[in-house]
Design a protein around this ligand. Sequence first.
Ligand code: PLP
Length: 381
Amino acid sequence: MWKVPLFDISFDEKEVIAAQEVIRSGWLTMGEVTQEFEQRFAEFTGVKHAIAVSSCTAALHMANRALDIGPGDEVICPSLTFVAGANSIVYTGAQPVFTDITSLNDFSISPQDIEAKITPLTKAIQVVHYAGYPCDMDRIMDLAKTHQLHVITDCAHAIGAEYKGKMLGSIGDIGCFSFFSNKNMTTGEGGMITTNNDELATRIRLMRSHGMTTLTLDRHKGHAFSYDVVELGYNYRIDEIRSAMGIQQLKKLPSDNNRRRELSKMYRKNLSDIDGFEIPFKNHFKTSSHHIFPVLLDKDVDRQNFMKHLKDKGIQTSIHYPPIHQFEFYSRNFGYKDDILPITEDVAKREVTLPLYPSMGDKNVTYVCNIVIEYLKKGRS
Ligand SMILES: *Cc1c(COP(=O)(O)O)cnc(C)c1O
């Protein structure tokens, strides 16, 4: 349908064969393939523990729970992100406190605004590495230390991105990853939690499976006959089919991320010095996982028309993001008003995301850029 879709998965026979092998093995629920996936992911990210789960939303929920966040607590988080982050705070009964982004060039949470929003009720800071560009983790970790706050990192965009030589997901208390189908690697649905803290890892493993002290696999192997329940847990498990696909996807990730970087570079080169918009994250290029390619239209460019024109030319675009504090549910339940996060609200009106995925050919980048340039020239002359 689209000549150039917004994204496409990076699958081939390897994922098909891996999934088939699991199905033929007869053991589908969380077991040894998942353990292998977790070990590989922990190694890749440079952390002690990786815990595979059913989604990043599940990961974020358990991250908040494991840090004992609940009613009466405040958690600082960005508004310019996917709603799952704030939802995961609300699930616990805590209050999300929305914080502005840094600038029109840096769409990550502003450390200055984090500092301004810390109160005696603040328990944690939940950050998002927007588009895969790392937040200012030094300043965020300093603030956390000074005010004794936990740090949860939503790394849904940031698989394979680095900050000062460290993989994202290895800084802060808990990292949360997504393997939803539009992410840098996918298992359809799925996610991962990373932590270096043994106690948190133990608690999260329990919570992932109803707070039960043994797994079906343990009982199958004759290691246990019964179980106790020691936590309020969930069914947030991944399964072996997804883990098998995840192992294959993780192997491809470094080369897929390189390709994303090349494509981003091409975009930046072709679109430099064009009147009508800016490309954010100018100085963050090297360490990003290049999850998406956002641009910021000038105030006098009509976004609706721009996106419609690209659609007519077969190019799918998107908006990242409608801000969470302006959603009806959030304004109704928490009383958040407009005009409280000026940079977020400004960017949210003008941002457009252009297509980016590893199998996107050079020709497609040229095509998209030509259509964009042509529109902006015509639209403004
Ligand atoms: C995709 C995404 C999520 C949710 O991930 P799921 O695996 O679909 O639950 C959370 N946060 C951000 C920033 C995302 O992009």
